[in-house]
Structures are given as C-alpha cells and as structure tokens.
Design a protein around this ligand. Structure first.
Ligand SMILES: CC(C)(COP(=O)(O)OP(=O)(O)OC[C@H]1O[C@@H](n2cnc3c(N)ncnc32)[C@H](O)[C@@H]1OP(=O)(O)O)[C@@H](O)C(=O)NCCC(=O)NCCS
Length: 170
C-alpha cells in the first residue's frame, strides 16, 4: 500500500522539567535527542507497519536553547522509503506557555530500518509525496542517503551519482 508522508505524522509535546535541564537551566541536548528518537521511531513504525531500529542520525544543530518550564513540540514524518530503510524528518521548536511565543530549536533527519519477525531488515512500504515540501524532501532524501552511507562506510563515493551531480553543477 502506497502511503503519504502525512500518514506517518507524529506530533509530540513535552514539558521541560528540572530533571531535563543542564546547569544553565535549559533543556539538555541528549534529552531532546531521546524524545526526537521516540517521535521519529513512532513515525517510521506508523509508515512501515513494523517494528524499527534507528540506523543513523544526521548532524543536528541547536539554534535556540529551550528553557525550563517551556514546552517542546516535535513533529516527525517519513520523507522517503528505500528498501528496508526510511528517512524521517523532524521539526522541533520550543514554546513559552505564558507568552505563547514559539521559537525554532532544530530540524533533523533520522534513518530507521523496518525489521521482520527474525529481526532482519524487511521491505518498507512505498511512499508518494503530496505537498511541495514533501516533494522537495523526497528528492533530497536520495542525496542525503548517499552521503550518510558514504560516511558510514557502506557506499563508495563513486557510486553516489546524484550526490556527485550536486557538486558538479557548481
Ligand atoms: C541498521 C541495521 C538494521 C542494518 O542492518 P544490516 O545487516 O547492515 O543490513 P543492510 O546492510 O542490508 O542494511 C539494511 C538497511 O539499512 C541501511 N543502513 C545501514 N547502515 C546505515 C547507516 N549508517 N545509515 C543509514 N542507513 C543505513 C541500508 O542502507 C539498508 O537500507 P535499504 O534496505 O533501504 O537499502 C543494523 O546495522 C542494526 O541493527 N544496527 C543496530 C540498530 C540499533 O540497535 N539502533 C539503536 C541504537 S543503539
């Protein structure tokens, strides 16, 4: 069954409590990445109708600290499915619940692999992008996959045709 990115949408909200913070009273990056991993895994499972494992996490840059007592909103959706792997896009922001002002924390890509009953990779469902944003992320997912497989030592740079074309275009 062909699914759309919206079919795998997960929206998670957490409250930053004292135990979640660093010495500056802001949310710890590790705690945020833990919540992001859970939101992304739920999204990948929703897409694939199967249990999944995290295969890799792309680089994450934190733009603004999220403060104690603020809310954290995480949106996750599958951008593209390959064979057994799926890329999940995450959009994360904080919210001061008193002023209701929202601020961007980060965006990130996680990759998950669907597993069968023997814990071996199994085929993920195909996906069809719907909106203009979906199409942009779907197209970019191929190059991001090539880059992460090269960095993970699982692909030769010479085999990354679409990624190479990006650099050769200038
Ligand atoms: C991820 C994992 C399932 C890959 O299994 P594998 O035996 O290497 O299988 P394969 O080489 O056939 O790869 C399976 C898929 O994983 C993808 N993959 C493997 N390494 C990857 C990486 N570093 N980044 C992105 N995708 C990766 C492959 O591209 C392939 O995707 P495809 O089927 O869509 O083409 C396996 O390495 C694993 O279980 N890792 C531990 C996962 C885990 O415990 N995560 C929690 C963190 S502790």
């Amino acid at each position: 069954m062909v699914k759309k990115p919206a079919d795998s949408l997960i929206v998670m909200t957490e409250l930053v409590l004292p135990n979640d913070t660093n010495v500056f009273g802001n949310l710890m990056g590790g705690r945020l990445m833990y919540w992001m991993d859970i939101a992304a895994a739920l999204s990948a499972q929703k897409h694939s109708n199967a249990p999944v494992v995290t295969a890799s996490v792309d680089n994450i840059s934190f733009l603004n600290a999220i403060k104690l007592g603020n809310a954290v909103h995480i949106e996750a959706r599958v951008t593209r499915a390959f064979n057994s792997s799926m890329e999940v896009f995450l959009d994360v922001w904080g919210e001061d619940l008193v002023t209701q002002q929202k601020y961007r924390s980060n965006t990130a890509y996680y990759t998950f692999v669907a597993l069968d009953e023997h814990s071996r990779p199994k085929a993920a469902q195909p996906i069809e992008p719907e909106t203009a944003d979906d199409v942009e992320r779907y197209n970019g997912a191929l190059r991001r996959r090539q880059l992460r497989l090269i960095l993970g030592g699982k692909m030769k740079p010479d085999d990354a045709k679409e990624l190479k074309e990006l650099f050769e275009k200038g």
